[in-house]
Unconditional design. Structure first.
Length: 232
């Protein structure tokens, strides 16, 4: 196909735009990886190790996981740069660093899109970028709420945004409790804001427990349609 259609694009506009955004994240990501590599990042520093270690104990001088992620990111970019240069007859003029490779691919995005096999580039690059992101920004530990904490939260007064944020921590049954959902409950007369006095322009406050209960009791449109279809 390459010989018959040398200017054929293997990536559409949406894919090209997404790939460009991904490539433009890599220079900063590479810098963050370099920081994590030498354990200088705030995320990888858990207090002053010198206070808890014997003089003979020394930490590793680098983060092996960050090293692997940096190597894999670099290797994937090298492979795509080499393929573009070989197929499109280009000379590589950028820096050999990971940021340099990413910037070169960004500048030569159309050449990449015309390279046979380019349809695999977004997934290949996204995979190593996500692996690197996991190193520099590891996912937060899940919040475990016991019954006492939930009961205490139910008595609080929060605005719609605060309740929606809390709902994300309370399990699947409250997943649909968004700011818009709270407004729907209010419009339907199922909940009402607590009386003031509040300053003009302040967001309305609701008792959390009342909103949680009405969210479960008052069906969403999706639930209502499902109930109707079941009855038929």
């Amino acid at each position: 196909m390459t010989a018959e259609h040398p200017n054929h694009l293997y990536l559409d506009r949406v894919e090209l735009r997404a790939l460009a955004e991904l490539l433009r994240e890599i220079p900063d990501l590479a810098e963050d990886l370099a920081v994590s590599l030498t354990r200088q990042s705030r995320l990888s520093t858990r207090g002053d190790y010198r206070m808890n270690r014997r003089p003979s104990e020394q930490p590793l001088p680098y983060n092996p996981a960050a090293s692997r992620a940096a190597d894999e990111l670099h290797a994937v970019l090298v492979s795509w740069v080499r393929l573009v240069c070989e197929q499109r007859g280009l000379d590589y003029t950028g820096s050999p660093s990971t940021p340099g490779l990413a910037r070169w691919l960004d500048r030569n995005l159309i050449a990449l899109a015309m390279t046979e096999g380019a349809a695999d580039a977004p997934e290949d690059i996204r995979t190593v970028v996500q692996a690197a992101l996991w190193i520099v920004c590891p996912p937060a530990a899940p919040v475990v709420l016991d019954e006492g904490m939930v009961e205490q939260a139910r008595r609080h007064r929060l605005n719609a945004s605060g309740i929606a944020s809390l709902a994300k921590e309370l399990g699947d049954q409250y997943r649909g409790l968004t700011v818009r959902r709270i407004q729907t409950l209010r419009n339907a007369g199922k909940i009402a804001p607590q009386p003031g006095p509040w300053a003009p322009g302040w967001p309305e406050l609701y008792t959390v427990g009342a909103v949680l209960d009405e969210h479960l009791a008052y069906p969403t449109r999706r639930r209502a349609r499902a109930d109707v279809s079941d009855s038929n």
